[in-house]
Design a binder for this molecule. Structure first.
Ligand code: COI
Length: 370
């Protein structure tokens, strides 16, 4: 199901007759948290094997009406993305690296036997929603409009002889503050015990709901042990660090001028994070050596104990850059750091500075919308 070479999509505009009143919107946006508040509109685009992408609409945010026999409810054929729009210094609204998210949606679609939404249609959908719902882009510091594009299998029937022959692509938007309640602070992580997230040849590199569904058990273990996130280890040896429940991981070796950062390589079982990729680029810009190298749990522990590992942080669209303060596991735990470290903060400030338009954007990452 490759991208249609000739994708002349025009959007029908059906804006809501009852947008949320300004005063109520301000109330909702005062403390939005993450993923709790939604804007007035959404975009939907249908796909069928016969017609391809069609019926693109900007319409009121609201329930989707689907038969209980719809494929996605039974066989989980679903992919999604996460990206953010920022109100930049001086007024314009800009989205961070939408082309990278559009490309990752295509690669997830390939893995999940779903149709590829052309990049320019993805960008158009995002532009349209952000433009119509621009009053929902927060003005408060470190807040943004989180965009959640997703695609579901809409074929009605229970046979598993063939993947769905119809799909719906949707984009919804949600004003968002800090992902972890309490703002910027080190979080604690739990080493998954007895479960794995992804194995070679599986769906680990695709952003598909099933990876998160299968991960809830690890997240529950983490919560039971007082931790905020689960750390997934490799499937073969249960030894190599892969990623967190919803973020990639970075390790800072050394300090000051000798600091370098390391993140696990994309072996096919990890999610290729857009923020992960951006951090590798920003580190080079800042003169911080960065590499993709396997790191084991034993190295992590020994590195923290010896002082060789000075900081650890998580990266993701929702979580931005969040320091890791403590590791726990069934064989014991160890502290990493009680405060956000200097390398973590340098990279975080650089990233947020570009996103909020306070620093130059040397890589052309910010896609200005309105
Ligand atoms: C994102 O960071 O956009 C994600 O999709 C991860 C999820 C934990 C919110």
């Amino acid at each position: 199901m490759t991208a249609d070479a000739n994708h002349d999509i025009s959007f029908t505009l059906n804006p809501t007759a009852e947008p949320v009143a300004a005063a109520r919107r301000a109330e909702l946006m005062a403390n939005p948290g993450f993923g709790r508040v939604f804007t007035d509109h959404m975009v939907t685009i249908a796909w069928t094997a016969e017609v391809g992408w069609h019926d693109a609409q900007l319409r009121p945010f609201g329930a989707l009406s689907l038969s209980p026999a719809t494929h996605v409810f039974h066989y989980g054929q679903e992919i999604f993305e996460g990206l953010k729009a920022y109100r930049q210094a001086g007024g314009p609204i800009a989205v961070f690296r939408p082309v990278a998210n559009a490309a990752r949606l295509i690669s997830s679609a390939r893995r999940m036997a779903m149709p590829e939404l052309p990049e320019d249609v993805f960008i158009q959908a995002v532009e349209l929603l952000v433009t119509l719902d621009r009053d929902w882009v927060p003005t408060a510091s470190e807040q943004s409009l989180y965009l959640r594009p997703f695609m579901i299998a809409t074929h009605v029937g229970l046979s598993v002889s063939h993947p769905s022959s119809s799909f719906l692509f949707v984009v919804i938007a949600s004003p968002a503050g800090a992902y972890f309640p309490g703002g910027l602070r080190p979080v604690s992580v739990w080493l998954a015990d007895g479960y794995i997230r992804a194995a070679a040849g599986g769906t680990g590199a695709a952003k598909t709901g099933g990876n998160y569904a299968g991960g809830w058990i690890g997240q529950l273990q983490a919560t039971e042990h007082g931790c905020e996130q689960v750390v997934w280890l490799d499937a073969a040896e249960h030894r190599w660090v892969e990623e967190l429940g919803g973020m990639n991981l970075f390790f800072v070796f050394g300090a000051d001028r000798d600091a370098r950062i390391v993140t696990p390589p994309l072996t096919g079982t990890l999610l290729p994070g857009v923020i992960r990729d951006s951090i590798l680029t920003l580190a080079a810009d800042l003169g911080i050596p960065a590499s993709e190298e396997p790191i084991s749990v034993d190295q992590w522990r020994a590195g923290c104990e010896s002082g060789e590992i000075t900081e650890v942080f998580a990266s993701g669209t929702a979580a931005v850059i969040t320091p890791v303060g403590e590791v726990k596991g069934s064989a014991g735990g160890w502290p990493v750091g009680s405060e956000p470290g200097p390398v973590t903060m340098r990279l975080r400030d650089q990233l947020l500075g570009i996103q909020f338009g306070q620093l130059p954007d040397p890589h052309g990452w910010m896609h200005k919308i309105c």
